[in-house]
Structure formats: C-alpha cells, structure tokens
Design a protein around this ligand. Sequence first.
Ligand SMILES: Nc1nc2c(ncn2[C@@H]2O[C@H](COP(=O)(O)OP(=O)(O)OP(=O)(O)O)[C@@H](O)[C@H]2O)c(=O)[nH]1
Ligand SMILES: [Mg+2]
Length: 380
Amino acid sequence: MPEEYTTYKPEWIDKEKQTDSKFASFVMTGITKSNEELRRATDATRSARPPKMTIDDYVEGVLNGDRMKLSRAITMVESNAPKHYTMAQDIVQRLLPYTGRAIRVGITGVPGAGKSTIIEALGTKLCQAGHKVAVLAVDPSSSVTGGAILGDKTRMEQLAKEPNAFIRPSPAGGTLGGVTRKSRETMLLAEAAGYDIILVETVGVGQSETTVRSMVDFFLVVVLTGAGDDLQGVKKGVIELADAILVNKADGDNLQKALLTRADYEQILHYLMPATEGWTTKAYTCSAYTGEGIQEIWDVVLQYIDQMKRTGQLDKRRAAQNLTWLQEMTQDYLMNLFLQDEAVSAARDSVEAQVRAGTLAPTKALSLIAEALDKRFKGE
Ligand SMILES: Nc1nc2c(ncn2[C@@H]2O[C@H](COP(=O)(O)OP(=O)(O)OP(=O)(O)O)[C@@H](O)[C@H]2O)c(=O)[nH]1
Ligand SMILES: [Mg+2]
C-alpha cells in the first residue's frame, strides 16, 4: 500500500498505538490534479485520431517499412480529394528512386478459378522463405459499378497472419486516373517499403487484364478444367497476354481432366504469338489445395525474370509501361477537361440531339464540337 494511504488515519485514533489491522477501511488522498490537467488528459484519450503527417513523415515511414504509415500513404494515393492527390504525388515522386526492385506478377482468371487460393499458398511459401510479399487487388469494374467484384473474397487468412505479407484490397474508382493510377502507385509504395514480390490479383473480365498486364512483369492466367473448345469462358485475347497458363484444381478426381486441359492449352498456345518476345508460354497444372505445382510455377517465374534481365527486356518493358501510363493519364486528363467544360458540354448536348434525330451528319456535328473546343481552349 502506498505511503500516502497509510498516513491518512482518522484524527480521533491514538497516534501512538495505531495499527492498520484495526481498520477495515482507510482514507485515501483525493485527486490532486487541477481541473485543467484532467481535462487535457481526457481530451488526449478522446481524440484517437492519428496526428497529421508531413510528406517527410510518410516518406521516412514507408522507407522504414512501417506498415501503418505505408497503409496511410496508400489511403492518400487512393483518396479522390484533390489536396490528397497533390500530396500523394509528392510522396510517390520522393519514393521513386527506391522502387523497381520487386518481381511483379499479375494473376488473372475467371471468378472462382482459384486465384486467391493460389496467392495464399504461394505467398505463404515465399514469406516463409524470407521474402516480403505484397498482395494487391485490381478490379477496374469497381469504378463503374461502385463496388468491387473481388470484394471480401480477397481475404487470405493464412497469408494475412504472415508478418512479411501485406494485403491490400481493391481501391474504389473515382476521378484522377481511377483504379489504374491508384494500383500502380500502391505497387510503387509497397516496393519502396521493401516488398520484393508483388502479386496482383484481378478478375478476368473486361479491361482488367490489359490494365494489369501493363503494370506487371509476368502475367499468369489461371484456368479450370474443360475439354476442347469448351475452355471455361477464357477469352483468346487473355490467353494471348499470358506468360504462363496454370490449370488449377488438379487434385482428386479432377487430376486427369486437368492434365488433359493442360494439353489442350499447350495446343492452342502453339498457334499464338508469344506474349513476351523470346519467351515460350507454356501450360502447367497445380493444386492450390495440396500445394502441388506451386513451387514449380514460381520456378517458371524466376526463370522468366532471369531471362528478361539478361536480355535487357525487363528494363525496356518497364520503361514502355511507364510511358503508356503517362499517355493514358494524359488522355484521361484531356477527356475530363472536355467533359467538364460547360460551354463545350452545351455544344455537345445540342449537337448529339440533332445527330440522334438524324437531322445532322456526324461529321458535320464533329466540326461544331471542334469549333466550341477551339473557342474555349485556343481563346478564339
Ligand atoms: N479442389 C480445389 N479447389 C480449389 C483449389 N483452389 C481453389 N479452390 C476452391 O475454389 C473456390 C474459388 O477459389 P478462390 O481462390 O476464391 O477463387 P478466385 O479465382 O480468387 O475467385 P474470385 O476472387 O471470385 O475471382 C474456393 O471454394 C476454393 O476453395 C484447388 O486447388 N483445388
Ligand atoms: Mg479471389
């Protein structure tokens, strides 16, 4: 018992003979802090909001591999608020020299093909081998529908427990370059934070494959069993982008079928142009459940990266990817200018109505819109 408690005894007891054992209770000292001090103490606990961070804080935090700061930097990149956009660009620019050292792998396939399960199996293996693995999800359709297809299904329970893994679900779309910009910049931030393997999952629908193909080194297409021309809805265009085809769920009763499917894909690949010059795309089987074939597919990735580095193709492709990215953003920017300008928009509305009614030829209509554009942007 602290000294101050024991010294406070009722004043009527005999000071000479007093002993603690005679009392069932004792008197404590009251609160000694001033009201002002107390108020400040409560305020401090109440405002759990994290303190404001400067660009230096973010840059330093990410470079130190601080997960909380990396998450907050990504949130900044994903924000649709213009003031965050500017700050995020400064952060990315400052971190740029520390990026580019990771192996970037894109993984696509129809819903349910087993992409997440493969990432879980592969990612865990890689983490245990001492790598730092970042898993990102890209779902460009979320900018249209407002909700991510991948949604909660990106949860990878086992991998999420690995201290060396960082899992980030798909960002929502919005303006300022949308999902593509956000995903690319998230990837760069993760690299600056020391993640040496980036796995990007995307659903095999619409534009997403081309988007992801344009930000990764190796593109893996996960497919399911199916014979002959019944290739489970995988579009030829997607197969043409692949650096490897992986027939998943090659386990149990499905094993034989998977081997046949693999042979079918091998045949198709035979007639296609390789996705990457000098590299032969092949089909493989695996089971994300049993782990069979997972190490083998990773060996293929490593062999590919090795070859790409040796021939100088890796740097060349990345440089081309950056240029494409800039060009896409420029187009987006111009399109936004065009769509958001009131004068141009008014001209467009009236001209479109006439085209729809069949009273104005589309070519003539274009010249009217061009006129409005010229007036606006050339100050004519
Ligand atoms: N038998 C078997 N089932 C598997 C295997 N891999 C995944 N599955 C199952 O297939 C289903 C879909 O797996 P996911 O990993 O969520 O598939 P996904 O491609 O990420 O799906 P989306 O994110 O919805 O596009 C789940 O029920 C898995 O348990 C496998 O190797 N063998
Ligand atoms: Mg998934």
